[in-house]
Design a protein around this ligand. Sequence first.
Ligand code: F0G
Length: 352
Amino acid sequence: MQNWPGLIKAYKKWLPVTEKTPVISLKEGATPLLLLESISRRIGKGVKVYAKYDGLNPTGSFKDRGMTMAISKAKEEGCEAVICASTGNTSASAAAYARRGGMKAFVLIPDGYVAQGKLAQALVYGAEVLAIRGNFDQALEIVQEASKNYPLTLVNSVNPYRLQGQKTASFEIIDCLGDAPDLLCIPMGNAGNISAYWMGFKEYYKANISKKLPKMIGFQAKNSAPLVENKIIENPETIATAIRIGNPVNKQKAIKAKIDSKGDFYTVSDDEIVQAYKILGKEEGIFCEPASAASVAGLLKIKDKVLAESTIVCVLTGNGLKDPECAINNNDALFYNDLNPNIKEIVKIMGF
Ligand code: F0G
């Protein structure tokens, strides 16, 4: 939409903003809802599967929805510096919005476990990057403590404005489909996004804009699945580094979303994630990051439980360009290198 004003302005009556709130925006939101024909065919039964492609936000992930709100409110409150822990996307988004708002951004990341594209973003956006010998959960404990004791605004998803901004994705889905889907499939890390989507669906339902509520189906990577296993995972591991989290801070909200929506949580293995990642790329023309592919991997895994004629939305949370290493190491492409610049040799390889 040419005149899309960014999500705060578009949905301001649903958000805790006033005329006085300085809107710090990169015109996030209004991301495409794409019909996934190949995935729908794989599920069968007349089911329609859509992707909410939130990797097309300005910094390449859904975090921008929450960050425009969190940073605008921080600015309104006179904040000069923000802090977050991150597996990468939050840090990229926090850095971009904080700098745009004239604030400092301190980001704590698990050293060696942040995809290259995300680290590159935080650096270019001018964050102060602090890489710890530890995991995301440890980084989050530190930033929570630091923000209590120093003049720093915490912009992880414990900041309620983050979830307020992120709930607008549900509004967009309903605005597009005319009603809520039957199932919402979503990857879970710190479990803020599933909680935000549920809040958005409930608000439109209460206002009679939608006629139904979806079942919230959350997916975690197999060795990083504290919500499925109902216990803290001390050393989470997965190829989907974005959701390599062992102690989700929004645990209670996510469990409530699951129970209230009659949804469920499941695990997906790294192999299943990579499989879905490849299908999305090769058959749908969609390049998402591995954590995002967990939603489609999960749907394919539970396809026998899906009711005929259902409408399903899978949330693709981040852009594939974020993690080039995963892409290079996980594809079925034919890649010939070290070739002579000779047309005969080239067309021979092409099979002519
Ligand atoms: N997908 C992607 C691409 C993510 O970056 C994240 C979280 C999630 C899914 C899970 O969302 O935490 O709300 O359940 N990334 C955070 C970060 C932790 O630091 O960028 P969640």
